[in-house]
Ligand binder design. Structure first.
Ligand code: AHR
Length: 531
């Protein structure tokens, strides 16, 4: 393994505005004391933007066992449930403080007709889920079931309209059905189905991946469609319940789509989406890489490729800046995460994969990137919440486990709606073959509880890293926190060993003379609260 100063364009090296004195301190501290030492400055004197809690959002699609079995088992199930929702899952999601939840897709959204999913469940029609496994969808989980779930868990619903195979009228009526308090046809239909009060739906997306499964449109057509649908999405709840409208965005680094959407429809949008999935093999063809049992090449590759989120966001945000320099339109990364091969023996269309400590590190790296762009990135949705792709929760009949990624999200709760504190980080590299990435990643924020939190990630697979942090504009006497780490690169939880990877109290941080020193074990995520 070779250690060197990381490339200045790698995310952790992003130079945030710093006090001149702090910069001097860092310069004086170089060169690095030992190979695996990182040096950090946290500057509390110049708070940055707010980290929207909505970047910790989740995604639930009618795909595989996400909705059925994962969330919904029905009121008659022997699996303990509340009105059809699994009790174990409800409790786990409550603890996670999910801020917003995207539904019903994904690709499924553009073939979903909401009227199929209302009224008495036994009378709802079954449909064919052409995108995901060709299974029959009985529509037992529909608008009421989704919005009641959100209400039970205090989650903001984020609904994706069917633009690909639906109509403007269908979309308009759905929004009226969900959000109108008037004595109007759709509101009265909702009442007839047992719900008097309208729901609050703060976020609506106009289509999903319209360049692909959502209709294979050109950007110009998609932008025109946005304007057309947007015209008929009314704010039935008045200005105080204004719906934020999210335009369909591009994938990865395709800024041509972004520019066209912004140029044609940017003024009418509140947010523009972006999707980026991390593939360990970097290819959609053939094997993407196994979710467990991988060697260091795929451990490293996944972490390296996930850092492209920084590169893509930088490009995409620059494209948005051209048309919206005031940063009024939010960037909504409404699909992200690691996508591996499915678990052997599972339906390939169900996208069921295991989840390891590597994936928790990968999630934390993305959190840090989103924090670095908190002035524009206002929402994000990891794909997906249960039993699909980089899931928080896996279920097997009556059993449920929390994944390492769940624990990463749970540990980062203090960052929801916190204020960014600028950092400067000099880190050793993690080198593998001819490539290298930063070994350490960091972020800091002033939370809504008035405390300062520092989160650190060490991606080195076998070596610890020591971080020496200078605190500017704040005094601390100590630091306590939690760590997520595990012995193997693919350590994961199973139904037989559900707690193999879980957070533990962290004792590796000390504060002396105003300086924070942290020893990060290999493959670890640490979230510290400064005292
Ligand atoms: O998350 C799985 C799928 O990935 C979504 O349905 C689609 O939008 C994307 O291609």
């Amino acid at each position: 393994m070779v250690f060197a100063l990381a490339d200045p364009f790698i995310p952790t090296m992003r130079l945030q505005p710093l006090l001149a004195s702090a910069a001097l301190l860092l310069a004086a501290a170089a060169p690095l004391a030992s190979a695996a030492d990182a040096q950090l400055i946290v500057d509390a004197s110049k708070p940055g933007p707010k980290i929207s809690k909505y970047i910790y959002g989740q995604f639930s699609e009618h795909l595989g066992r996400c909705i059925y079995e994962g969330i919904w088992v029905g009121p008659d199930s022997p699996i303990p449930n509340t009105k059809g929702y699994r009790n174990d899952v409800l409790a786990a999601l409550k603890q996670l403080k999910v801020p917003q939840l995207r539904w019903p897709g994904g690709c499924f959204a553009d073939e979903y007709h909401w009227r199929d999913g209302i009224g008495p469940r036994e009378k709802r029609p079954s449909i064919y889920n052409s995108n995901w496994g060709g299974v029959v969808e009985n529509n037992h989980f529909g608008t009421h079931e989704f919005l009641e779930l959100c209400e039970m868990l205090d989650i903001a619903p984020y609904i994706c309209l069917n633009v690909g195979s639906g109509t403007v009228q269908e979309a308009q009526e759905w929004v009226e059905y969900m959000t109108s308090a008037a004595d109007s046809p759709m509101a009265n239909l909702r009442r007839a189905n047992g719900r008097d009060k309208p729901w609050r739906v703060p976020f609506i997306a106009v289509g999903n991946e319209s360049w692909g499964c959502g209709g294979n449109m050109r950007a110009e057509f998609c932008a025109d469609n946005f304007l057309r649908y947007n015209t008929f999405i009314k704010n039935y709840g008045g200005d105080s319940a204004r719906i934020q409208r999210i335009g369909c965005g591009s994938s990865g680094g395709d800024t041509d789509w972004t520019e066209k959407m912004m140029m044609i429809a940017g003024k009418q949008m509140d947010g523009l989406a972006l999707h980026y999935y991390t593939l360990p093999s970097d290819s959609w063809k053939g094997s993407k890489g196994a979710s467990i049992g991988f060697a260091e090449d795929h451990y490293f590759a996944a972490l390296r490729y996930t850092l492209r989120m920084e590169e893509y966001l930088t490009k995409q945000l620059a494209a948005m800046d051209q048309y919206d320099p005031e940063k009024r339109v939010g960037m909504v990364v409404d699909e992200w995460g690691i996508w591996t091969d499915v678990e052997p023996g599972s339906n390939p269309g169900f996208l069921y994969q295991q989840n390891t400590i590597r994936d928790a590190l990968l999630a934390a790296l993305n959190f840090h990137i989103f924090h670095d762009h908190a002035d524009r990135v206002t929402m994000a949705n990891i794909a997906q919440i249960i039993n699909v792709l980089q899931a928080m929760i896996l279920t097997d009949k009556e059993k449920m486990i929390l994944t390492p990624t769940y624990h990463a999200f749970e540990m980062y709760k203090p960052f929801q709606d916190a204020t960014v504190l600028p950092i400067k980080l000099v880190t050793p590299d993690y080198a593998f073959g001819k490539e290298k990435i930063p070994a350490v990643s960091a972020t800091a924020a002033l939370a809504t509880d008035g405390k300062v939190y520092v989160a650190l990630v060490n991606v080195l697979p076998t070596e610890s890293a020591t971080v020496s942090a200078t605190l500017v504009g704040l005094t601390a006497k100590g630091a306590t926190g939690r760590i997520l780490t595990a012995p193997a690169m693919d350590s994961h939880n199973t139904f037989a060993a559900p707690h193999a990877v879980q957070p533990a109290a962290f004792t590796g941080a000390t504060v002396a003379d105003g300086k924070l020193t942290v020893t990060l074990p290999a493959k670890s995520v640490v979230v510290l609260e400064l005292k």
